[in-house]
Design a protein around this ligand. Structure first.
Ligand SMILES: Cc1cc2nc3c(=O)[nH]c(=O)nc-3n(C[C@H](O)[C@H](O)[C@H](O)COP(=O)(O)OP(=O)(O)OC[C@H]3O[C@@H](n4cnc5c(N)ncnc54)[C@H](O)[C@@H]3O)c2cc1C
Length: 402
């Protein structure tokens, strides 16, 4: 694309859960908005990486019954997803989780984006850079096109704008970055109840001990999708492959994750299909568009939310959302370690965490908002990303209107 520079009030980079909420909210405030997304659908990790449950939608509570922490956009998505899947929130210990299906998420997002008359959605659009101008931002696209917006939202997950500006971000040391995972779909008639899962674990351990499966199959688990004959597999990966450090922003590292994930998935499903009568005939039915990245660059904003604040259930005068998910540490590929807040208290997210320090007309939303490594282990979940996206979209629309 080339030619005249297109002008918008608000531009949102990235159409994951945060960018979806931000763009729809900005358009609903009357801002002429554009959503720029490099994949062919919205949903980000929730569609492209096949992450299949919404965490962080609900308050932590001992009592039965799920209660939305951040009504508004979260409530709208929750209602549409329940209608689509027929599955309501599920309780695991003290947390409530809404199972979601990536196929439905992409379709729901299409419908919501199309319903907003002031919103232009541009899939297959890669943003390559931005430049600050007097009254807004110039946006450069990979196809050579340019756009201008009065207010910008970075919902890229990777804080790409901070990367282009050359500062204002933090990244955890490679050794503790939350580990990536590779999620894939399996066509399989097995019943994944407790006994079925135990049998699968036993067969995988046998395969690992016998050297019939790659060592990465250690991080493998399966969960029913809620649809007959369909299962999701997830391989937790160590990140760095062949001795290299994990770098979620390095295409070579990402390439190794993709190919390792596919190899492990293929060999493990074949292993189970040959040994378990319920898995007979099972096969990998779909690959994700990309491996799942939990953490990369985080913006440094006017406030950096800390793990201590999440643990204490801190409140702030300018809070715009509640983080309710326990800090889910995945610093190794050996499964999660959950850290719950005192008395299950939700933690406020101040608007200042969405405001990069020293930069005007710029807001940030989703997994790259301004937090430390520990707090991000709570705020990165999709329920919270919807809520920070909604707030960023609202604020960006105000700036554009001023
Ligand atoms: C394996 C795994 C399991 C998880 N499990 C859960 C779970 O069970 N429940 C839960 O709620 N959360 C879970 N999470 C966390 C959650 O999925 C993510 O943190 C969340 O989806 C992030 O949303 P986001 O909108 O901030 O970013 P993303 O979903 O990463 O979206 C960012 C979007 O920006 C686009 N983009 C980036 N750069 C550009 C560019 N230059 N130009 C154009 N577009 C660009 C990307 O294509 C992407 O679509 C999991 C994450 C992983 C990886």
């Amino acid at each position: 694309m080339s030619g005249a520079v297109r002008r918008f009030d608000v531009a949102v980079i990235g159409g994951g859960s945060a960018g979806l909420a931000a763009s729809i909210t900005a358009a609903r405030q009357g801002a002429r908005t554009v959503l720029l997304e490099r994949q062919g659908s919205a949903g980000g990790m929730g569609t492209a990486a096949l992450v299949h449950s919404f965490c962080g939608l609900y308050l932590l509570r001992q009592e039965p019954g799920a209660v939305l922490a951040n009504p508004g956009f979260c409530g709208e998505i929750e209602r549409r997803m329940i209608e689509a899947t027929g599955m309501g929130p599920q309780r695991f210990g003290r947390v409530d989780v809404l199972p979601q299906h990536p196929v439905e998420f992409a379709r729901i997002a299409d419908g919501m984006l199309a319903a907003e008359s002031g919103l232009e959605t541009r899939f297959h659009t890669v943003v390559t850079g931005v430049e600050r101008e007097a009254d807004g931002w110039r946006i450069d696209l990979a196809d050579g096109g340019r756009m201008f917006c009065k207010a910008l939202v970075d919902a890229s997950g990777d804080a790409v704008v901070a990367g282009w500006l050359g500062g204002g971000f933090a990244v955890a040391p490679a050794a503790v970055l939350q580990r990536p995972a590779y999620v894939f779909g399996v066509r399989c008639g097995a019943v994944l109840d407790d006994a079925g899962r135990l049998r699968v674990s036993g067969l995988l351990v046998e395969g690992l001990r016998a050297g019939a499966l790659p060592s990465a199959a250690m991080g493998l688990s399966f969960r029913a999708s809620g649809r007959p004959g369909e299962v999701f597999g997830s391989v937790d990966l160590t990140g760095g492959v062949d001795g290299a450090e994990f770098d979620p922003l390095d295409p070579a590292c990402l390439t190794a994750l993709e190919t390792t994930g596919r190899r492990v998935a293929h060999e493990a499903v074949r292993h189970l299909a040959e040994r378990d009568p319920e898995w007979m005939g099972a096969y990998v039915s779909h690959w994700p568009a990309r491996a799942g990245i939990r953490e990369s660059r985080r913006w440094i904003g006017e406030h950096v939310l800390t793990g201590d604040e999440v643990t204490a259930g801190a409140t702030f005068e300018d809070q715009i959302a509640l983080a309710t998910w326990p800090m889910e540490m995945r610093e190794t590929a050996r499964g999660p370690k959950l850290r719950f807040p005192v008395d299950d208290r939700p933690c406020g997210i101040p608007l200042r965490c969405l405001k990069p320090a020293g930069l005007e007309r710029l807001w940030v939303a989703g997994r790259c908002i301004s937090t430390d490594h520990e707090a991000q282990a709570s705020t990165r979940v999709m329920g919270t990303c919807f809520a920070t996206g909604e707030a960023a979209g609202r604020e960006a629309a105000k700036v554009a209107d001023a």
